[in-house]
Design a protein around this ligand. Structure first.
Ligand code: PMP
Length: 764
């Protein structure tokens, strides 16, 4: 049995008597319901001493308040709203169809509430942060109309900071009404204010009573009472920090509570001594024998906020059963959650955490339930329906099923659905195959020249002397030879290296391991098309950001679960600005994947940073400069934690023994590769000059391919002779350009010869 002493909330002596408050609130509700705007006006006069002609605040006042507010406050509100948005979007309702039986599908879909009302207290301290906490999720949930009610000051307007926050949250309908009359106006509507579907927000005793009393007529959110925190500590976090947390809670209101439950008596005493005596009635300190006992006390109380200020805080999370918002570890004060983390600070109090959750998007909508049944599905359900319908005496129920089953049904093929995200994907569009092009051009397949693959015109390693390989056995899944060769070549420790079947496999593993359903993944536009495919296949949400606008790319990346970067970028052939990758990785909380497929041509790399920046991964390939695209060898360089994550999801033997041996060989002959790359870079210059001399536009390239202006019809004109360039569709940022791989001098000459016979325009 439990040895832990339990805690109770003592009723504050100055709290108004509940019955009296209920009576007064009911009278106000009745009056507004009867007399509408007239009642609102006279009650506002009575309680707030002003009687504005109309309650609706002119939207110009919001714009003005935003304009006049201190820039730092506006910036902070915007940052807070951005974090709430980041969390809210990730928590958006999303549900897969359930295939209950073949031919029987059930699912639910989200529908936002149409019009919601948010009460924002004025009084002693108007809280702009609460406006965001309530209105940002409402907007994200898709509510068409969000209305704020907040009591007017002497100027007839709600507090300026409330108006500023409303403007930041994108709310345009604000009414200067306070107290129970605001709840009444929202719940029942008046001549000038339409009723809402649900009333949200904290308030004084009258507001809380009014919300409870209207709850039969309109939905209301959770009960909100005095704020409270329990800090559970084991002595490992400085006492002054804990005392500050308790005081922070106490400063909310005279009835707010801050409680320390500590396993460390010395600390308990110290905190009691440090806490400001003016909060003596609100701060309590308890000592218990163990962390288990501390959590038992906390669970028994069910606090709004619970701070686990102890070692290995996350490991205790499993023991938390009743708490609203939990803060883990020494550096997670509740104040950070009040304003900034992106978690919601509207949380059930007074033990209501037993039945209610912190405010989230789900409170602003509901779901429809959908079922779809095929003839065969219905046949499967018949034996379930029949006895139940008979037992309940509902023979018409039975007939409505039977009559359908009696009708002849077409045969049905039971085709399983792919995951919803996969069914919705943009399929990757490949260039035509050699065989197709050969037929169209009337040439043999061997004569087709691919300028669209960005491969190199040399074979990086041959099979000569590899006949000793034991191909009857699986490859060693650690690939020790290949990993050593990569370590030497890239000057990286082995534990930072993950090898895979081409860069593509590593990119796929990163998406699989780091992008979850609905997670935002930033994709530069234009860039390598697989980033989008892999993001969508993982169920993530592609957030496209123009590669030409590093500032926007940076801003988007701050909120991303994963950011894809390609340096130098395919297909623009340009490097990212110096220092950009490092800056972005330092700012972003998500994974930053830098695809350096073309590293050998540019020599720009951020590989030396991967040990310091735990969220940075470099992916490279042997398909380009090493001339081994057919062998499928790539590698990732990352901190050991990301490498360990990749090891969880990678197949043990995706690289063949042959590929690993060829890759090892090629890496050991890196000097040869470097010489070939030098020659290719000269060839690139020759080709670029020759194409430019014909009047085409050829921007600078840091890769083994060129972008070339591509007037309409030119790509087809080249392909008619079996010369394949990469073209970009109408909706692509590079439409009007073609991407041309630098091949051997002789192959490039064929391209130049054909281009010379083009008598159309040179610009796109
Ligand atoms: N990343 C980029 C930017 C690429 O252009 C390519 C291939 N075109 C790849 C990755 C794929 O490389 P691999 O052949 O190693 O899968």
């Amino acid at each position: 049995m439990s040895q832990a002493p339990s805690l109770s909330r003592t009723a504050s002596s100055d709290r108004p008597h509940a019955e009296g408050v209920d009576r007064e609130a009911q009278a106000i509700l009745d009056q507004v319901r009867r007399e509408g705007d007239r009642a609102v006006r006279s009650l506002t006069m009575r309680f707030d001493g002003v009687a504005p002609e109309q309650t609706r605040v002119d939207p110009m006042e919001l714009a003005k308040a935003l304009d006049q507010a201190p820039a730092a406050l506006v910036e902070a509100l915007r940052a807070s709203a951005a974090n709430l948005t980041r969390v809210g979007l990730a928590q958006r309702f999303s549900e897969e169809v359930v295939d209950v039986r073949p031919g029987v599908k059930v699912w639910r879909i989200w529908r936002p509430l149409h019009r919601v009302g948010v009460y924002v207290p004025g009084g002693r301290a108007p809280y702009p942060s609460s406006v965001l906490m309530l209105c940002v999720p409402a907007r994200l949930a898709g509510c068409a109309e969000v209305v704020i009610c907040s009591p007017p000051g002497k100027d007839g307007l709600p507090a300026q900071n409330i108006l500023v926050a409303a403007a930041v949250a994108g709310v345009t309908e604000v009414h200067a009404i306070g107290g129970a009359q605001a709840v009444a106006a929202m719940a029942y509507g008046t001549e000038t204010m339409a009723r809402v579907d649900k009333v949200f927000g904290p308030g004084n005793a009258h507001v809380t009573a009014a919300k409870r009393l209207v709850s039969g007529d309109v939905a209301v959110d959770m009960p909100a009472g005095p704020s409270e925190v329990i800090v559970v500590s084991d002595g490992s976090v400085p006492s002054s920090w804990i005392a500050a947390d308790l005081e922070a809670q106490a400063e909310h209101a005279p009835d707010a509570l801050g409680i320390l439950v500590s396993t460390n008596p010395v600390q308990a005493e110290e905190v009691a001594r440090l806490a400001d005596p003016k909060y003596a009635a609100q701060i309590r300190v308890r000592t218990v024998a163990s962390m288990e006992a501390a959590l038992e006390v906390a669970n028994g109380f069910g606090p709004e906020h619970l701070i686990l200020a102890c070692r290995d805080a996350e490991s205790w999370l499993g023991s938390v059963t009743h708490a609203g918002s939990v803060f883990l570890g020494s550096h997670s004060p509740a104040a950070a959650g009040d304003y900034a983390t992106g978690a919601n600070h509207v949380i059930p109090t007074g033990g209501a955490v037993r039945a209610y959750s912190p405010l989230g998007l789900e409170a602003f909508g509901r779901t429809l339930q959908v079922q779809a049944i095929s003839p065969q599905g219905l046949a499967r359900l018949g034996p379930v329906v029949e006895p139940l319908a008979r037992a309940e005496g509902f023979l018409a129920h039975l007939r409505s099923v039977q009559t359908r089953l009696d009708a002849p049904a077409a045969a049905e093929r039971n085709v399983p659905r792919p995951r919803r995200d996969v069914a919705a994907m943009h399929p990757y569009r490949w260039e035509a195959s050699n065989a197709e092009i050969a037929v169209r051009a009337g040439i043999s397949e061997r004569e087709v020249l691919r300028f669209d693959t960005n491969t190199c015109p040399w074979v990086g390693a041959t099979l000569t002397g590899l006949d000793h390989l034991e191909l009857n056995e699986y490859p060693d899944s650690d690939y020790p030879g290949l990993v050593s060769a990569v370590a030497d070549y890239a000057s990286c420790p082995k534990e930072t290296i993950t090898v895979g079947a081409g860069a593509d496999e590593l990119l796929q593993l990163l998406a699989l391991a780091f992008i979850g359903p609905g997670d935002p993944a930033v994709i530069p536009d234009p860039s390598y098309a697989m980033y989008r495919t892999l993001t969508e296949a993982a169920g993530g949400r592609p957030v496209m950001a123009p590669v030409s606008d590093p500032d926007q790319l940076m801003r988007s990346a701050l909120q991303a679960r994963l950011t894809w970067l390609c340096n130098p970028n395919n297909p623009t052939a340009e490097p990212l600005p110096p220092g950009f990758v490092e800056e972005l990785a330092r700012q972003s909380s998500g994974l930053v994947v830098v695809d350096e497929a073309y590293f050998e041509f540019s020599q720009t790399t951020c590989a030396p940073l991967v040990r310091e920046l735990g969220n940075l991964v470099v992916v490279r390939t042997l398909s380009k400069a090493f001339g081994l695209a057919g062998a499928r060898v790539g590698y990732a360089l990352s901190g050991p934690e990301v490498a360990a994550t990749l090891a969880r999801v990678r197949p043990p033997a995706s690289l063949s023994t042959i590929s690993a041996a060829l890759g090892t060989r090629a890496l050991k002959e890196a000097a040869t590769m470097r010489a070939r790359v030098q020659a290719l870079l000269l060839e690139r210059q020759t080709l670029a000059n020759a194409i430019a001399a014909m009047g085409f536009t050829v921007p600078q390239s840091s890769t083994n391919f060129l972008l070339v202006s591509c007037p309409s019809g030119l790509a087809d004109f080249l392909e008619a002779k079996g010369l394949v360039v990469r073209r970009f569709p109408q909706d692509h940022a590079l439409n009007g350009w073609m991407r041309v791989t630098v091949r051997s001098a002789q192959e490039n000459a064929q391209l130049l010869d054909r281009l010379a016979t083009w008598d159309g325009p040179r610009a796109s």
